[in-house]
Design a protein around this ligand. Structure first.
Ligand SMILES: NC(=O)C1=CN([C@@H]2O[C@H](COP(=O)(O)OP(=O)(O)OC[C@H]3O[C@@H](n4cnc5c(N)ncnc54)[C@H](OP(=O)(O)O)[C@@H]3O)[C@@H](O)[C@H]2O)C=CC1
Ligand SMILES: O=C(O)C1=N[C@H](C(=O)O)C[C@H](O)C1
Length: 238
């Protein structure tokens, strides 16, 4: 595949290495400094774009791809207030758009088990549920996209909780997502059910960015022959 990398930071570089090792071609690398070079790309020269940038930049990059016939795989977080607009744009342009807050297969299994556990735990109100996410110091958004997806998985069963809150454990009728920032932590997510007498935990710890890159390149290969809006549940049949 001829891959256009939009975002050439930690993820862009990890994806490049993996994609080259699998025999793909990187036809362009876009970052903050050469953002206008995006205008050089269309469906004529790019088979797919893989976009990992910044909350402020993601929607613009995705909409460019969707309006220029380039299938786009995005992993950027912190921009999802515009997600429905991206979905509409994709439909209007008969485009192809893949989004995941986390491309690791392990995290998507964690999402699956998280939903199952929540469906059982909601019957036991003596357990208070909470989420912790821990990331490196360079992360610009919080809570993490993965933390928010985890919260949505719990809230689909916990109808009595009126949404999630960030770093506000005192709001007892909401699901708290606690964010911690520490040097060199790739991405850790832990769901805790805590009672007076015991505690149950489900967690995922990423040891490197390789799992995110694997999933993103897999999604790009999967998307190029499709039209529509997709996520990891579609690709992995979860
Ligand atoms: N879904 C998933 O599985 C994962 C998602 N992420 C998410 O991916 C995103 C990127 O993460 P990461 O690579 O670690 O971050 P980095 O900060 O290392 O890299 C971000 C890159 O985006 C570039 N960028 C910023 N603004 C623009 C713009 N306007 N146009 C084009 N490029 C731009 C930056 O350029 P410059 O350096 O010049 O500013 C940099 O190259 C984040 O939102 C993160 O949360 C991360 C890991 C996994
Ligand atoms: O910024 C990161 O690094 C990560 N971001 C994603 C998120 O916000 O969930 C995924 C992963 O945890 C790493």
């Amino acid at each position: 595949m001829r891959i256009l990398l939009i975002g050439y930071g930690k993820m862009g570089k990890t994806i490049e290495q993996l994609a080259l090792s699998k025999g793909h071609e990187i036809i362009g690398r876009i970052d903050h400094n050469n953002a206008e070079d995006l205008l050089n790309y269309t469906s004529e020269n790019a088979d797919v774009a893989i976009e990992f940038t910044h909350p402020e930049a993601a929607y613009g990059n995705i909409s460019y791809c969707l309006t220029h016939g380039i299938p786009v795989v995005s992993g950027s977080t912190g921009w999802l207030d515009k997600f429905e607009e991206a979905v509409e744009l994709c439909k209007k342009n008969n485009g192809a758009f893949f989004y995941a807050s986390n491309y690791s297969v392990g995290v998507n299994l964690f999402f699956h088990f998280n939903e199952y556990i929540a469906s059982k735990m909601q019957a036991y109100p003596e357990y208070q549920v909470g989420i912790r996410e821990i990331h490196h110091l360079q992360k610009v958004d919080k809570p993490s996209g993965t933390g928010i997806t985890t919260a949505e998985g719990i809230l689909s069963s916990y109808k009595n909780l009126g949404g999630w809150v960030a770093d506000s454990p005192e709001e007892k009728n909401k699901l708290n997502i606690a964010s911690e920032r520490e040097p060199d932590v790739v991405g850790t997510h832990i769901v805790t059910y805590s009672s007076e007498v015991d505690q149950i935990e489900l967690g995922h710890i990423a040891h490197s960015r390789a799992g995110f890159a694997e999933g993103a390149v897999m999604a790009a290969s999967w998307l190029v022959s499709r039209k529509g809006v997709y996520g990891m549940k579609d690709m992995l049949n979860l």
